[in-house]
Design a binder for this molecule. Structure first.
Ligand code: MD6
Ligand code: FE
Length: 213
């Protein structure tokens, strides 16, 4: 990892116990992270997954890692085989793993080794309603969520769905890490900002790292 040249200007926002927004944490690596996405997408591929109710998720996604999160008419789960290709998901690139481990360590979770990385693409107007990430078997590990490209509003609620969420702007290269006792906090994404990012155009990518098994 690059030395922390911008340590003075990076903001660190405590979201709650065990949860932090690391402003600009991925700046040195962001362009290289984005550069990995086309080759991964060529193996797996962005798709709008079906939901149990027959709708489609507005976020386009695929996974890399030993296991991956899927949604279809049977519900949500993790599986080692990509249902679109009938083959394993592509491996998590080493620079993804290094970034995720570095951010987790910075947030107080040393030794984070994710086995799943969900690659999300939010096109203009895409939102993700408040939810908990609860399909992982191991809730003792944190979640590491990397924002790339267009800025968006991240919603950070509480442990109850009715807790009113706070709104945090998440910019290119910001990383949010949350673990116990905030691991099951309701969160979401409200409105990707309009405009064109030099590295991603109109869209926002999000890499979400988990230990699922
Ligand atoms: C974010 N993403 O994009 C946060 N969760 O900043 C998520 O919380 C998320 O993108 C579950 C599935 C896909 C996601
Ligand atoms: Fe989530």
């Amino acid at each position: 990892m690059q030395p922390d040249l911008f340590a003075d200007t990076r903001s660190r926002i405590d979201l709650g116990p065990g949860a932090v927004l690391l402003g600009g944490f991925a700046l040195a690596e962001a362009e290289a992270l984005i550069g990995e996405i086309p080759a991964l997408a060529a193996v797996s591929g962005f798709r709008h997954m079906e939901t149990r109710s027959g709708g489609r998720l507005s976020v386009a996604m695929f996974n890399c890692g030993e296991t991956g999160w899927v949604s279809d008419r049977r519900g949500y789960r993790y599986q080692a085989i990509d249902p679109r290709t009938d083959r394993p998901w592509p491996a998590i690139p080493p620079r993804f793993l290094a970034l995720a481990a570095g951010a987790a360590a910075q947030a107080g979770y040393p030794g984070f080794v994710p086995d799943a990385c969900l690659v999300n693409r939010y096109d203009a107007e895409t939102k993700l309603s408040l939810h908990q990430d609860m399909d992982e078997r191991d809730h003792s590990a944190p979640i590491v969520s990397v924002s790339l490209g267009q800025a968006a509003t991240f919603l950070w609620g509480g442990l109850s769905r009715s807790d009113r969420p706070r709104r945090h702007r998440v910019l290119h290269a910001d990383v949010v890490v949350w673990g116990e006792p905030s691991r099951m906090v309701f969160h979401g994404v409200d409105s990707v900002e309009r405009g064109t990012h030099p590295l991603t155009g109109p869209c926002r990518y999000n890499l979400t790292f988990r230990k699922a098994r």
